[in-house]
Ligand binder design. Structure first.
Ligand code: FMN
Length: 218
């Protein structure tokens, strides 16, 4: 364990902002990108189900097509790496067994010992039938948060992007009839020196307006 200092965490989170203009000449180096990408793989999810897939777009020709399907925003084209975070459209017994098999493989847990957990997971997905995409999308947003925070810690700039046409991204990525659906994007790279948003004061409600320390219950 090698904890980051409290000051560094706050400084880096203050340093980060949603980039409007990327420096098109700067590319995230391989070692740094590996850490950014690992933050996606290491994201926590409900029951550990990881109901997601992440698409990384770096090809210039493909990136050039993105503003047209991103409300005209240029960040997906100008950034170094554009990540599209997709969620599984549904969860079924087959997927649960795929997940349980990975526990057995990685932890050596015998299949029989996972029978109770399997039952719980199957009951959980039966109960949320019809709402899986919604549930999975919420998990994807956790990955988005972890991605942005990790990038900030590494000094990599980012712009989270809901302003994308997810159906058009599905078509571009060949996801339309697949198990996954694009939910949100995140452009990553380095801010342009002339990005005016970088120096704007942060707009946040006062700490005490949104944080309450709850007194001991009576
Ligand atoms: C889920 C999500 C989606 C967003 N979508 C966009 C977007 O499409 N384009 C954009 O320029 N900013 C987008 N933003 C950035 C927000 O506007 C920005 O985070 C917010 O105003 C706070 O400013 P800051 O991130 O610079 O501190 C998005 C942010 C989040 C968290």
């Amino acid at each position: 364990m090698n904890p980051t200092s409290p000051e560094t965490v706050t400084d880096q989170l203050r340093w980060r902002y949603a980039v409007k203009r990327f420096d098109t000449t700067r590319v995230i180096d391989t070692r740094t990108w590996r850490a950014v990408e690992s933050s996606l793989v290491l994201s926590p999810s409900s029951y550990g189900l990881q109901p997601w897939h992440f698409y990384v777009i770096t090809d210039a020709g493909t990136k050039a097509q993105l503003p047209a399907i991103s409300w005209g925003q240029s960040q997906p084209k100008d950034c170094s790496h554009m990540v599209v975070l997709a969620a599984r459209r549904s969860l079924d017994e087959h997927y649960i067994d795929h997940y349980l098999a990975s526990i057995t493989k990685l932890r050596g847990t015998p299949t029989e010992s996972l029978a109770g957990f399997r039952k719980l997971l199957l009951a959980s997905i039966a109960q949320s039938e019809g709402k899986h995409l919604d549930w999975n999308a919420r998990q994807v947003y956790i990955a988005l948060g972890q991605l942005m925070t990790s990038a900030a810690m590494l000094g990599v700039d980012a712009c989270p992007m809901e302003g994308i046409d997810t159906e058009a991204y599905d078509r571009l990525l060949g996801l339309t009839d697949s198990d996954y659906s694009a939910i949100v994007g995140c452009a990553l790279g380095y801010r342009h020196v002339d990005d005016k948003s970088a120096t704007l004061p942060k707009v946040r409600f006062d700490h005490q307006e949104i944080v309450t320390h709850v007194a001991a219950a009576k």
